[in-house]
Design a protein around this ligand. Structure first.
Ligand code: S3P
Length: 175
């Protein structure tokens, strides 16, 4: 059963890497935000605006439960998902988790032009964005770091994740 779960802050590249990995491993790809949007026929921004963030967080928890139905997948999670309720524990039960670690500076650079569709940062100036990322990341890191693997920027590659998965599946093999 190959269930690979990518976690990390907004803008850390979970979706891009996840899609590449799914193609390479030939297994289905899921993006939690997209699945929630599809199920509720609203964008994440509309869900925040209409029902509030706490309702969105409940939807995320429900989504984790539903993923137990699937045997094999690559899952890209919303940046806040691991940090609410007992989601991180549940994600670790669901599959193998990989934290894509990135510095606040790098995240700010990547998010500067990708704010609009993300309700938590859509109204922030570039200056406030940096402060927001630093504060939120320091709150969230304790959850993210409970992942099975913490990948540095250099390790965030399809080949490295594949190597780690193969190692888990064949623990006697030399890497
Ligand atoms: C959020 C991250 C977003 C999305 C929502 C909230 C967060 O997902 O779930 O806007 O709390 O960090 P991405 O990490 O895919 O941007």
């Amino acid at each position: 059963m190959r269930r690979v779960i990518l976690i990390g802050f907004m803008g850390s590249g979970k979706t891009t890497l996840g899609k590449e990995l799914a193609t390479r491993m030939n297994i289905p790809f899921f993006d939690s935000d997209e699945e929630i949007e599809r199920a509720h026929l609203k964008t994440v921004g509309e869900i925040f605006g209409t029902y509030g963030e706490s309702r969105f967080r409940e939807m995320e928890t429900g989504f984790i439960d539903a993923m137990h139905e699937e045997d094999e997948f690559i899952l890209s999670t919303g940046g806040g998902m691991p940090c609410f309720d007992k989601n991180m524990e549940d994600l670790n039960k669901l599959g193998t988790t990989f934290y894509l670690e990135r510095s606040p500076k790098e995240l700010a650079h990547r998010l500067r032009h990708a704010k609009t569709q993300r309700p938590l940062i859509s109204g922030l100036s570039d200056e406030d964005l940096v402060t927001f990322i630093e504060d939120k990341l320091s709150e969230r890191e304790e959850y993210y770091k409970r992942a099975n693997f913490v990948l540095t920027r250099e390790e965030q590659k399809v080949t490295e994740i594949e190597r780690l998965i193969n190692l888990l599946e064949n623990p006697d093999q030399k890497s």
